[in-house]
Design a protein around this ligand. Structure first.
Ligand code: HEC
Ligand code: HEC
Length: 509
């Protein structure tokens, strides 16, 4: 009778308890489940050397090292709480290939696995240490967030960047010498645990074992923060991602607004403020060789405006590193051999009348595409913009970007690239270049390359086809007709994007 209430009261106190009370696990049974479900990634011996491991970043955990990242025990405790392990197995680790298992495994299966993990790590005799005390919580408020900001600026920006986008000012490696990147704190859906202030408080207090994310509760650390300060900094950190995930899967249209006067040619131009942003997912290119499995760029945000003669796009995406080959600071952070960062807009040469769009990877013979590509430049050469026509990935024709009037201008600040691309609506070669017209839904796709992540040529991230609409004043008839067509196709596209994302997930796994 008493036990359930006692459990609930305890759970409320601890705050992050995951549900079912820890049950005794059977390690032998756990070994069998591990062989069936976990071995592909974590390896036959549980040493992280599974068949799929090489392609994964971060790599699967080596359980024999007995080191766990997400724990609510003290920073000096080796052993996580059983509930910590249960939670990671049940929910997975977002932003990595570690899946959640709640659909496939019973609670008992998971407790059995935990017993087996302890055998692998020789932790059977270990007692969990003193848990993080969540009863000290200071609720988030304007006041607490304001107190957290200067603490964040003092303790966190060297790794997480001024705006928390993970643009570290130094090179970071984990204990195995693997390159690691601090989290982009403005994207809480990529957190391994969550952006609940309690979770952030726990990570800030005990650190993330094996990585350079330090424990700020360590009394010996010069950077030590008091309990109160850790709550303020956690509340501030949680506020960085408060805007939520920017992708609205229902929105498949980049609406170009008609403006009077010149189209903007730089990212800082104030006229961008009036245009509506649209954000799409970037997925790794896994169709043509050489495929890409460890992407870093995940979303891209677009704006577009046009006037009587020209169109301008603003492309923005978070990229932790400004990859300028030859730049000693860039090479210090990213390591040697970095390539230029890059972004591209893909458009059909001809606006399709029906539903058939060009093949989305560089077009096809019947339906060629224009690709405008901006490159960030090196210390010896300025940024460049190129124009190619694609009739398939092996059938590329280089063209003269200047002659077609394609221009570009990019700048990087605090972990975000902003690149403007412009072109006249009409060109001298209507057979080779898309001629922009008002009121029609024009297929458009985007691609990005992170030069610090080995992304060049066919290793890149991209969107599927979406739509561009040069939206004239409201009420124009072509707009209404086109809208109906668009609604019909949108459902199909949505299905495509979802199954592509699923395929990418499977390929990674
Ligand atoms: C598709 C690959 C994949 C599979 C399958 C997989 N894992 Fe993982 N797992 C990972 C990766 C990658 C990480 C490391 C993530 C990181 O370091 O951020 C990880 C980390 C972990 C961790 C460490 C958590 C922590 O706090 O550090 C545990 C525990 C774990 N996995 C358990 C399991 C169990 C149990 C199974 C089988 C039921 C399993 N994994 C199946 C990829 C996988
Ligand atoms: C010396 C570098 C460094 C400093 C300083 C640092 N971090 Fe981190 N942080 C990291 C790294 C690296 C990771 C990613 C670790 C991993 O999972 O591989 C990380 C991850 C995180 C996460 C992600 C948690 C999750 O669930 O995924 C949060 C939140 C975080 N840090 C907050 C902070 C805050 C707040 C501060 C300042 C009080 C701070 N960090 C200071 C390097 C640092």
């Amino acid at each position: 009778m008493m036990s359930l209430w006692k459990y609930l009261a305890l759970a409320a106190l601890v705050g992050l308890t995951v549900g079912p009370a820890a049950a005794a696990g059977d390690a032998d049974r756990g070994e069998g489940i591990h062989a069936q479900r976990c071995e592909v990634c974590h390896g036959e011996e549980g040493d992280g050397a599974g068949a799929g491991a090489e392609r994964l970043n971060p790599p699967p955990r080596d359980f024999t090292m007995a080191q766990y990242k997400i724990k609510t025990t003290g920073f000096e405790d080796i052993l996580p709480d059983d509930d910590d392990l249960f939670r990671v197995i049940r929910d997975g680790m977002p932003g990595t290939s570690m899946p959640g298992w709640s659909d496939m495994l019973s609670d008992q299966d998971m407790w059995d696995l935990i017993a087996y993990l302890k055998v692998l790590g020789e932790l059977e005799e270990e007692e969990p240490g003193v848990p993080v005390d969540f009863t000290t919580q200071i609720a988030s408020s304007e006041d607490s967030i304001a107190k957290g900001k200067p603490l964040f600026e003092d303790r966190c920006v060297e790794c997480h960047g001024n705006e928390g986008k993970g643009d570290a000012a130094k090179s970071l490696r984990d204990d195995d010498g693997e390159r690691t990147w601090p989290r982009n704190l403005t994207k809480p859906w990529t957190f391994r645990a969550s952006d609940d202030p309690k979770d952030i408080f726990a990570r800030v207090s005990v650190g993330i074992a094996g990585t350079q994310m330090p424990p700020f509760a360590d009394p010996k650390s010069k950077k030590k923060l008091t309990v109160e300060e850790r709550w303020h900094v956690a509340n501030y950190t949680a506020s960085l991602g408060a805007a939520g995930e920017p992708v609205n899967p229902e929105n498949t249209v980049v609406k170009a607004a008609r403006i009077d006067g010149e189209v903007p040619r730089t990212p800082d131009d104030p006229s961008w403020r009036d245009s509506v942003p649209t954000t799409f997912y970037l997925v790794p290119q896994i169709i043509a060789e050489e495929r890409h499995f460890t992407p870093s760029n995940d979303t891209i945000t677009l704006r577009a405006v046009y006037n009587e003669t020209d169109i301008a796009f603003l492309l923005q995406w978070d990229d932790r590193t400004k990859s300028i080959p030859g730049d000693s600071q860039a090479e210090k952070i990213s390591g040697p051999g970095l390539a230029e960062d890059s972004v591209a807009v893909q458009l059909p040469v001809e606006i399709p009348e029906g539903m058939v769009k060009p093949y989305f990877v560089m077009g096809d013979t019947a339906r060629p595409v224009n690709l405008w590509q901006w490159n960030s430049g090196t210390t010896d050469a300025p940024e460049t913009v190129t124009l190619v026509n694609g009739r398939g990935i092996d059938n590329i024709e280089e063209r003269d970007a200047a002659k077609a009037g394609v221009g570009a201008n990019g700048s990087w600040r605090d972990g975000t690239w902003s690149v403007v691309m412009t072109r006249p609506l009409a060109t001298a070669e209507p057979d080779a270049d898309l001629q922009f017209v008002e009121g029609k839904f024009i297929p458009i796709a985007f691609a990005a390359w992170d030069g610090s992540n080995g992304e060049t040529a066919t290793k890149y991230t991209m969107t599927t086809w979406y739509w561009l609409l040069l939206a004239p004043e409201a009420g124009a008839r072509p707009y209404v007709v086109a809208l109906v067509v668009m609604l019909l196709v949108a459902a199909g596209l949505l299905w495509w994007a979802r199954s592509a994302a699923r395929r990418a997930g499977q390929a990674e796994g």
